[in-house]
Ligand binder design. Structure first.
Ligand SMILES: Cc1cc2nc3c(=O)[nH]c(=O)nc-3n(C[C@H](O)[C@H](O)[C@H](O)COP(=O)(O)O)c2cc1C
Length: 180
């Protein structure tokens, strides 16, 4: 469990699955996390920003702050969900041309646990660059869940329990933190 006030950054990329990311917020809050949503600039068109801001009580961040703006609180953990082909490859390459990627660029070096939930189709998941990116991130200690291979997140299981990738991501984060 997080300490009181610990902040989970949820980085949302530009996938149709971003519409569904609001489901992760109460799951994380129930575990005791304060949730801060960060969207890639392209994800703003996909996510329901007002709903995410209402659920978290915080503005969705999508750009680097101006030099005289206050710093956002430090992340204690990061989940990237949904993680696009584009952002996974850029994260692995160390590119920091969005605020989301800037946070990710530093996270492994700061010892911040990162869990990545790729949402990519079979064609993209099978590409050598993507497979190299996943291997390289894992070698740096980043947890990368298997790509669902398709059409976005699952929702709930037959017994009504949450089996979405978002719930799997929180479980993976718990495992990751236990290993630290
Ligand atoms: C309707 C739509 C759905 C998309 N869904 C995905 C997706 O599930 N996974 C993915 O990797 N890219 C998807 N894309 C492509 C990304 O939006 C595109 O690569 C974008 O540049 C990613 O930007 P980001 O990684 O900065 O969020 C989709 C594009 C559109 C128009």
């Amino acid at each position: 469990m997080p300490q009181p006030g610990q902040v989970l950054y949820v980085i949302v990329c530009a996938s149709a699955a971003a519409r569904d990311i609001g489901r992760l917020v109460p799951l994380a809050q129930d575990e005791g996390w304060t949730v801060q949503i960060v969207a890639t600039p392209s994800a703003l068109a996909f996510a329901d920003v007002p709903d995410l801001e209402r659920r978290t009580g915080r503005p969705v961040l999508s750009r680097y702050r101006e030099p005289d703006e206050p710093k956002a609180p430090r992340a204690d953990a990061i989940i990237v969900a949904p993680a696009t082909y584009n952002t996974v490859n850029k994260f692995a390459q160390g590119i920091a041309d969005t605020y989301a990627l800037g946070l990710l660029a530093e996270a492994p070096g700061l010892g911040i646990p990162v869990v990545v939930v790729p949402v990519v189709n079979h064609a993209l998941a099978s590409r050598a660059p993507f497979r190299r990116s996943v291997a390289s991130l894992r070698a740096e200690g980043v947890t990368v869940l298997p790509a669902p291979g398709g059409d976005g997140p699952h929702t709930t299981g037959v017994d009504g329990r949450e089996t979405s990738p978002w719930a799997l991501a929180l479980n993976a984060l718990k495992d990751h933190r236990l290993r630290l």
